[in-house]
Write a protein that binds this ligand. Structure first.
Ligand SMILES: [Ca+2]
Ligand SMILES: [Ca+2]
Length: 498
């Protein structure tokens, strides 16, 4: 018996983690993608790109097919996502550059004491690790970062310079030598607006390294639940990924977006129309579409590696997965490039959420899709509810758990995206219900689209008397009061020294 005792003890103790695990908090895998639009195959896929790993994620999640960023720019979108505070509360509608640290706490009084999502999970017993681009930072501005290092237990590399070292710039080709007229947008020193195959293996690219790091985090044994944030930088410009991803999209097979002559006659002209003129004049449209598609295929590959790592990890059955992009993207739709507008194409984002079976009284009905409207500020309260955490009072959003459990469950809430155009002191707004989209600009001009019959937003119905009731209903989703547009606080200690 004395000899058996250690064996018995071991049997008992070895079974303990399983017993604890059954009641443990779920882990969170939080995947942020930069500038990814609805071209992926589980969404509209107008460009025809095959994204097998996004399909794989869609089969194991609920797809929010009508999800929108809170602001159509990196910085404002990401801060609102990570704090749950909508731009109409914070006044952060735009990108604000040259920060080294969480300057957003000084950019808006509504954000001074906001608890970052990862910090909130830490405060409730989680280990929070982050890597890549979560808060705003760019490939070509080393040290320009709005990350909050104090919100994490662990951040890959330098938390205030998380991606630039992994994405070195290729050699510059003068525009004249490349056969281009001068005046390339974002030309100058770095030629950021372009597409170029990289002659390096995947292993030498930034997102590959971030996924390698994430795989180690997923595999590690811990005594705490994990909140793991993984930020992939592609398909953000420049469209530079290894050659093999360009080879997947031969130029002759590349389709351009569907466009309509005189489309802008009944719509606000985008600020980036000059970019479009340059692209068309220089016959770069197909080439840039190829570069964006190649970048999406590269991202799809990295997502596949990340899902493989999750499936091989000890936490595969107890991990909530959320994947989102910070806003949509234009490749010449409506003469626009990138973002900075309020059309559906600009603000609609991929959003997939998987909840495991044992969490919150039953998992997500995976493989289903919903057009119930969502705003990315809804994610913070959603994750709190799923993990059984209190929802901080700062949160403006509303939990998506009812739609995760039953994707057909109606939502009494429209999506809301806000943006300040040009130098406007007041923001413009856009709302969506499952079918219609209404935009009201700073000068009172309105656009209304029926996305069921007009998915490309060609016909503005705002002045159609037959649509008056629908328009009035949607207009109720516009905020009554909004915070004034915030600018760079000149006295913040987080201002980057020149
Ligand atoms: Ca972005
Ligand atoms: Ca039009």
């Amino acid at each position: 018996m004395m000899k058996l005792l250690p064996i018995l003890l071991c049997v008992l103790l070895c079974n303990l983690p399983l017993a604890i695990g059954e009641n443990a908090k779920p882990n969170i895998l939080f995947i942020a993608i930069d500038d990814l639009n609805d071209y992926i195959s589980p969404l509209d896929n107008q460009a025809g790109v095959k994204t097998p790993n996004f399909d794989r994620l869609a089969r194991r999640s609920v797809t929010f097919a009508n999800a929108h960023c809170a602001a159509p720019v990196c910085h404002a979108s990401r801060v609102s996502m990570m704090t749950g505070v909508h731009p109409v509360t914070s006044g952060l509608y735009n990108n604000l550059f040259k920060a080294h640290g969480p300057r957003w706490r000084h950019e808006s009084p509504a954000l001074t004491d906001a608890v970052v999502l990862s910090q909130h999970f830490r405060n409730h017993g989680y280990h929070a690790a982050g890597g890549g681009k979560i808060f705003h930072t760019l490939q070509w501005t080393p040290g320009d970062s709005q990350n909050d290092p104090d919100a994490w237990d662990d951040y890959r590399g330098d938390p205030l310079d998380p991606i630039s070292a992994d994405w070195p710039r290729p050699k510059r080709i003068p525009d004249a030598k490349a056969g281009l007229t001068p005046g390339r947008p974002l030309g100058g020193r770095y030629q950021l607006f372009g597409a170029k195959p990289l002659q390096v293996p995947d292993e030498q690219t930034g997102d590959h390294m971030v996924v390698d790091w994430a795989a180690e985090q997923l595999a590690a044994k811990r005594d705490k639940p994990l909140f793991l944030a993984v930020g992939l930088f592609r398909p953000h410009i420049p469209f530079e990924v290894p050659q093999k991803y360009f080879d997947m999209h031969p130029l002759k097979d590349v389709t351009l977006p569907t466009v309509l002559d005189n489309d802008l006659d009944d719509a606000r002209v985008p600020e980036r129309q000059s970019w479009h003129r340059w692209v068309v004049k220089n016959k770069q449209w197909r080439k840039f579409m190829q570069g964006y598609l190649a970048s999406i295929s590269y991202t799809d590959h990295q997502l596949g590696r990340l899902l493989d790592a999750l499936d091989a990890s000890p936490i595969k059955d107890n991990t909530i997965v959320v994947l989102w992009s910070d806003h949509g993207f234009h490749i010449g739709e409506k003469d626009n490039w990138e973002k900075f507008c309020l059309w559906d194409q600009t603000t609609r984002v991929p959003l997939f959420i998987h909840v495991p079976e044992q969490v919150a009284g039953g998992g997500s009905p995976d493989g289903q899709s919903t057009r119930q409207p969502a705003t990315l500020t809804d994610i913070y309260p959603t994750l709190c509810e799923l993990a059984g955490l209190p929802i901080p009072p700062q949160c403006d959003g509303e939990s998506l758990v009812p739609q995760i459990k039953d994707p057909s469950q109606p939502r009494n809430r429209l999506s809301l995206t806000s943006y300040a155009f040009g130098d406007a002191a007041v923001p413009s707004h856009a709302v969506s219900d499952p079918r219609y989209r209404l935009i009201r600009y700073d000068d009172g001009f309105e656009e209304l689209y029926d996305l069921k019959t007009d998915p490309h937003e060609f016909t503005n119905l705002a002045t159609d008397p037959a649509m008056a009731q629908i328009k009035a209903r949607l207009a109720q989703g516009f905020p009554q009061q909004v915070a004034p547009r915030r600018r760079i606080p000149l006295d913040s200690p987080y201002n980057r020294k020149p």
